[in-house]
Design a protein around this ligand. Structure first.
Ligand SMILES: Nc1ncnc2c1ncn2[C@@H]1O[C@H](COP(=O)(O)OP(=O)(O)OP(=O)(O)O)[C@@H](O)[C@H]1O
Ligand SMILES: [Mg+2]
Length: 353
């Protein structure tokens, strides 16, 4: 499955969609709801592909850890490989990095099969492994210089330090850094060879919310600098916040794939508008008479199903017209946690193998 971004010819909004090479896919603009078609040409798509994985499988004894998965990561996108503990994320990413051998299947990086041309590829990728550690008694700068010497192509270390916001820490020992800073050093190490693709395996696991946000800013910065980012995570908020393209893996299989909007459109429910502390007992009836699906929640809140955003204003103007008072409103659309629950019957946060 590959992703394509087009401009809606009617309103100009960017619309993303997925399809296989040769497919003609029907799309609906999320802003003006115009319908259109997008053709996925074979040649252009493979030119844009950074990573192509086909029928990849890994068996450990009796366990099929990765079960015939296929996906494509486009150049310049943040691709989130999202799944619970034990889903097969690290096994997959380490097969792409040539650290583990696939049982069967093919992997191409920039169109070249890694079985025959990984040596050339090594210079083009950067890796932050899961549970990364570095040398305790090297400073941040010494650490980066050390790792850069492993490559022929070397990025400017001071630029990496600045881009990763590590200037104040460059003379500190790795052992004296906080968890968030250590992860930032890990991301910085993955950049010492100025790679085109950066693999980050669970870069924010174990970090507090502030440190996690700081690492997210670093990852967003990588995308802004044109890098392709392969982000492995079990945090759905991380995928929602950062990813252009998400593949959800569960028990070794990809169970859903696409942009966040595509996943929500395909698997999510419509948005729910909640009218808080509504004064009128008739409000639900009034909304139903006007064609809305509405129900009471708790004592005095009302939930209204909203298919598209213009209908929010319609609901509010009906309430105003009928002089129905309320305290507040909130609008919530489906998220990845709900989508995961819908597809697998388990919560992502509780679905560890
Ligand atoms: N070297 C190995 N030998 C045997 N089984 C393994 C090996 N590596 C991983 N596994 C098993 O394969 C499955 C997938 O593991 P993997 O580490 O790829 O999952 P993951 O999605 O990265 O999980 P986590 O979120 O915990 O990092 C798990 O059941 C794991 O126990
Ligand atoms: Mg893992």
């Amino acid at each position: 499955m590959v992703k394509k971004t087009v401009h809606c010819p009617n309103c100009g909004k960017i619309v993303t969609c997925s399809g296989e090479p040769g497919d003609v896919v029907k799309i609906i603009c999320s802003s003006c709801f115009s319908e259109g078609k997008v053709t996925f040409e074979k040649t252009i798509l493979s030119l844009n592909a950074a990573i192509e994985v086909s029928d990849l499988k890994k068996v450990y004894g009796d366990l099929v850890a990765v079960n015939n998965i296929s996906f494509t990561v486009q150049k310049g996108e943040v691709f989130a490989f999202l799944g619970p503990n034990g889903a097969g994320k690290t096994t997959t990413v380490e097969m792409i990095e040539s650290i583990r051998q696939p049982t069967t299947g093919d992997i191409k990086i920039f169109g070249k099969d890694i079985k025959t041309s990984f040596d050339g590829m090594k210079e083009k990728i950067g890796i932050l492994p899961q549970e990364f550690h570095s040398f305790e008694k090297l400073t941040v700068k010494e650490t980066l210089v050390y790792f850069s010497k492993l490559y022929k192509k070397r990025a400017d270390i001071d630029s990496i330090i600045n881009a990763m916001d590590l200037k104040d820490e460059e003379k500190k020992y790795y052992k004296d850094l906080s968890g968030g800073l250590k992860q930032r050093v890990g991301v910085a190490i993955s950049l010492v060879n100025d790679p085109d693709i950066v693999f980050l395996d669970e870069p924010t696991t174990g970090l507090d919310p502030k440190a996690r946000r700081e690492v997210w800013a670093v990852i967003a910065n990588l995308r802004d600098r044109g890098k392709t980012v392969f982000l492995t995570t079990h945090y759905m908020e991380e995928a929602e916040y950062l990813a252009d393209h998400i593949a959800i893996i569960h028990k070794g299989k990809i169970i859903a794939e696409g942009s966040l909007d595509e996943l929500i459109n395909k698997y999510g429910d419509e948005s729910i508008l909640r009218i808080k502390n509504c004064s009128s007992k008739n409000a639900v009836d009034v909304l139903k008479e006007n064609g809305f699906e509405a129900k009471t929640e708790g004592n005095s809140d009302i939930a209204v199903r909203i298919e598209f955003k213009e209908r929010v204003l319609e609901v509010l103007s009906i309430l105003k017209h009928e002089c129905i008072d309320y305290d507040n409103i909130d609008i919530r659309r489906s998220n990845l946690e709900e989508i995961f629950l819908k597809i697998t019957g388990a919560k992502l946060s509780e679905a560890d193998e």
